[in-house]
Design a protein around this ligand. Structure first.
Ligand SMILES: NC(=O)c1ccc[n+]([C@@H]2O[C@H](COP(=O)([O-])OP(=O)(O)OC[C@H]3O[C@@H](n4cnc5c(N)ncnc54)[C@H](OP(=O)(O)O)[C@@H]3O)[C@@H](O)[C@H]2O)c1
Length: 419
């Protein structure tokens, strides 16, 4: 292998563009095949024919040798260690890097963005968020001049598949998860997906791009879908609501709030109709009103296609570096509407007492459904927006009432109607 740097080989118009591949699993394997299929077309469009210069797996290849012989490193190994070290060394050595690794970027992104800027090379990560949906490119390039107020997304296909299955079939969470695993939409260990951690990492990356502020995974509170019941989904449907795991990043009170939580949406919301393993990202800005991008959220060939798109961008002239992060405070407590499900003994005055506690905390009820079942009753309510801390305080007080049978279940409601 030769050891020319991209600067030297960039000058060699028509010379092959050498791609070192770290990881040849689901995404890396599909990328390897796709690059072979598309190499001639890319050569025709860019003047450089991409070729794989080396592959690293656990028992194949040597990182230093691959680095020396590559113009660009594709990182699809996953994980943080030793990936972080490899990516940083590649950037410092003046190599472009393309990665699909949201955990790496959401935890060490600032250091890597700075290293890419210092070396004047590209760090592409379209595949790290929402699979093949070009959310990164649209926010970075098409909306570069827009003042983005909010990004809302369904950025985890596994949880959207599970919630869609529960809504369609009435299945419980465990049953729907088992079905997702059987069909390959959930991993054997689904923890990162179902707890919301995967979506939180992606929202940290989107927030960094949309607002220019350094947001890491630690700044993103996340709540998953493990406690959602078939009941919640069925009752909410009576109120015209459907449940999604929502990633939200918004400007608020002079700062930004980035969060992941299950939320009910009214039927007209652009994310309400996104079903199965699809992802979608809605970007809102006064200049553009709102746009929604949607498509497959994962999968080897889909993700590989997003990775190859970034490789082509590196061959053609760069679109510019990510500027240094600006300071914006992260707002801890945000107003939201909520759905509340309370199981109580069926006695007179119970609803009035629950309503009184909510009132004491400044929480007002928008709609309510009450059902009796034997000696018990269920109160299902949707609240008007209120600071989350006030609402949670009210729920804690309600839970302590003698006639409440189980911990009340609370879920965010996105209280907007899109015409
Ligand atoms: N799968 C998807 O649909 C999808 C979608 C979007 C983003 N991503 C991201 O893409 C990345 C790769 O995911 P994947 O599903 O393709 O993973 P995968 O199937 O587990 O493949 C990982 C590859 O990396 C290699 N590898 C892992 N640790 C290594 C180490 N320490 N040294 C050398 N090689 C190592 C593995 O080697 P062996 O072959 O020797 O095991 C394997 O070839 C992850 O960051 C993931 O989050 C995946």
């Amino acid at each position: 292998m030769s050891s020319t740097s991209p600067g030297e080989s960039r000058g060699r118009e028509g010379a092959p563009f050498r791609v070192g591949l770290l990881g040849r699993g689901t995404v890396g394997g599909a990328f390897y095949d796709l690059l072979g299929e598309r190499a001639e077309a890319i050569a025709a469009a860019t003047g450089r024919r991409p070729e794989i210069s080396g592959v690293l797996r656990r028992d194949e290849g040597d990182f230093d040798e691959i680095l020396a012989g590559s113009d660009l490193i594709v990182e699809v190994m996953g994980g943080i260690d030793p990936t972080d070290d490899y990516v940083l060394r590649a950037l410092e050595a003046g190599r472009h890097v393309v990665t699909a690794n949201k955990q790496l970027l959401s935890q060490h992104g600032e250091r890597l963005y700075a290293a890419a800027a210092a070396a004047d090379v590209q760090l592409g990560f379209e595949a790290a968020v929402a699979g093949v949906v070009p959310a990164i490119r649209v926010i970075r390039e098409s909306l570069a001049a827009a003042h983005i107020e909010r990004v809302h997304g369904i950025v985890n296909g596994t949880t959207n598949f599970i919630l869609t299955a529960m809504a369609r079939t009435g299945a419980g969470y465990d049953e729907a998860l088992a079905e997702a695993q059987r069909l390959g939409f959930a991993e054997a260990d689904p923890t990162e997906d179902v707890t919301g951690k995967d979506a939180a990492a992606k929202m940290a990356i989107l927030a960094r791009l949309a607002f220019g502020a350094a947001v890491s995974l630690d700044d993103v509170p996340y709540e998953g879908i493990e406690h959602v019941t078939a009941d919640d989904i069925a009752y909410a449907r009576e109120l015209g609501l459907s449940l999604k795991l929502i990633g939200s990043a918004e400007r608020i009170d002079g700062g930004i709030a980035v969060r992941v939580y299950p939320a009910f949406l009214y039927g007209g919301h652009p994310l309400a109709s996104v079903s199965g393993s699809f992802n979608a990202v809605t970007v809102e800005s006064p200049a553009i009103t709102e746009i929604t991008l949607s498509g497959p959220g994962a999968g080897g060939s889909q993700t590989a296609s997003a990775v190859l798109g970034d490789v082509v961008s590196a061959i053609t002239p760069p679109a510019g570096q990510l500027p240094p992060a600006i300071d914006l405070p992260v707002v801890p407590d945000v107003a939201s509407a909520f759905y509340l499900h309370v199981e109580v003994a069926d006695q007179p005055g119970v609803l009035a007492q629950v309503a009184e506690i909510l009132g004491l905390q400044g929480v007002s009820i928008k709609s309510v459904v009450q059902r009796g079942i034997g000696d018990d009753a269920r109160l299902v309510m949707v609240m008007h927006p209120v600071l989350e801390s006030r609402f949670r305080a009210a729920v804690d007080m309600i839970e302590r009432l003698d006639y409440v049978r189980a911990r009340p279940r609370a879920i965010h409601v996105i209280d907007e109607v899109f015409e």
